[in-house]
Design a protein around this ligand. Structure first.
Ligand SMILES: Cc1ncc(COP(=O)(O)O)c(C=O)c1O
Length: 395
């Protein structure tokens, strides 16, 4: 049998420490390795596999589209792109869409759009205020936007035009706002930075401030969007509407895609001012349409809310037996559990051994981002494995 993990060491750029598992097949909430061992997947492609692995609706849409038309240039009209755009607009507070290929690319486009808005409406304002512990992607500009020095320090000088301020601190945003500011960009819930929930009123206070200053509010819903937190978009739970919203991850059930959506007043790109070769290609958009339609038609977001509460309360119930659990937090099926010491890596390995995939969020925290189609049965199975894993590291 080919030793794929050896090939990775030899041929692949060593950009991350992988979990020693080669996944060859997936179905629903489960994946299998080369030897046929089954794993319950609570990583979900980092919050991507919203409908699980190889969901029939997604596979069917991909197969049909692959036999019809895979790619043209964006000079021409293609149907899946327009169907997906209509579906997103009709189910959100935004008016127009542009498709790209990834989250970072969507955020880049959002910042370009905000800068263009600044040029046209705010006397050339170009600066975007973002928050510490945020995560907006890996391109150079998004590394500058991401308020985490560990992602920034290897790449100086960083592009200018970003100010990183404390999260959950609207006064910090107010103090950082100048005549150069064109937008504030935040994740409704910080995902990668720790599954950090906004304090009551934080997002509404930012919205109010942006309105007062005439600047734009960009919500990065790349991780929180498409049902993940219990509503189709997380903003719905906080009583705010963004001027610009970015999506990616769960949008096309596993196929690479990114999108920016904007209110009419912020849709200021003119022909030629932005573009993409692959963005909005028929294959990705057919998968996107099938995914979002299924999620809406089957109230998958509502189910994610219910199952997410079941998961969170199951984790809470473990706390008396494992007092080294210091926090359980999350919304819907974006959940983190934190410990009083750096045991996350040992737990990832202990769960792996027992057939459960979980994500190390920080040295002392795990994150769960399972497919949104899981039920209580899968949660019970995951909790039982986690219980044993916690018992093994506690010894
Ligand atoms: C909130 C958020 N924004 C942006 C990104 C970047 O997305 P991508 O990796 O598709 O570029 C991520 C990825 O984790 C994310 O969680």
């Amino acid at each position: 049998m080919t030793n794929w993990q050896e090939l990775e060491k030899k041929y692949f750029m060593q950009t991350l420490e992988r979990v020693p598992l080669t996944i060859v097949r997936g179905k629903g909430a489960y994946v299998w390795d080369e030897e046929g061992k089954e794993y319950l997947d609570f990583v979900g492609g980092w919050a991507v596999n919203s409908l699980g692995h190889c969901h029939p609706a997604v596979t069917r849409a991909l197969t049909e589209q692959a036999n019809l038309l895979i790619q043209t240039s964006n000079q021409f009209y293609t149907v899946p792109q327009l169907k997906l755009a209509q579906l997103l607009v009709e189910n959100s507070c935004l008016d127009r869409v542009f498709f790209g290929n990834s989250g970072a690319e969507a955020n880049e486009a959002a910042v370009k759009l905000a800068r263009r808005y600044g040029q046209l409406k705010l006397s050339g304002a170009y600066e975007v205020i973002t928050t510490l512990e945020s995560f907006h992607g890996r391109t150079l500009a998004m590394v500058a936007a991401t308020g985490q020095p560990k992602f920034q320090q290897s790449y100086s000088p960083l592009p200018t035009g970003f100010v990183n301020v404390a999260y959950n601190d609207v006064e910090a945003i107010k103090s950082a706002t100048t005549e150069r500011t064109c937008a504030v960009m935040v994740e409704p819930i910080q995902g990668e930075g720790g599954v950090n929930l906004p304090d009551d009123g934080y997002l509404a206070a930012i919205r109010k401030w942006c309105d007062r200053k005439g600047i734009l509010l960009i919500l990065d819903e790349i991780q929180t969007g498409i049902g993940r937190t219990g509503t189709l978009f997380a903003y719905e739970q906080y009583g705010v509407e963004p001027d610009i919203m970015t999506l990616a991850k769960g949008l096309a059930g596993g196929v690479p895609i990114g999108a920016i959506l904007a209110k009419e007043k912020a849709s200021v790109f003119a022909p030629g001012e932005h573009g993409s070769t692959f963005g909005g290609n028929p294959l990705a958009c057919a998968a996107g349409y099938a995914t979002v339609k299924f999620i809406i038609d089957n109230n998958i977001a509502g189910k994610a809310k219910e199952v997410g509460q079941y998961l969170t309360s199951g984790l809470e119930k473990m706390r008396p037996r494992f007092p080294f659990i210091t926090d359980v937090r999350g919304r819907g099926l974006l959940v983190a559990v934190e410990f009083n010491s750096d045991i996350a890596q040992s737990l990832v390995m202990a769960c792996l051994e027992r057939g459960l995939l979980v994500n190390k969020l920080k040295p002392n925290a795990l994150r769960f981002m399972p497919p949104l189609i899981i039920g209580k049965k899968e949660v019970d199975q995951a909790l039982a494995i986690l219980d044993k894993a916690l018992g093994s590291v506690a010894k």
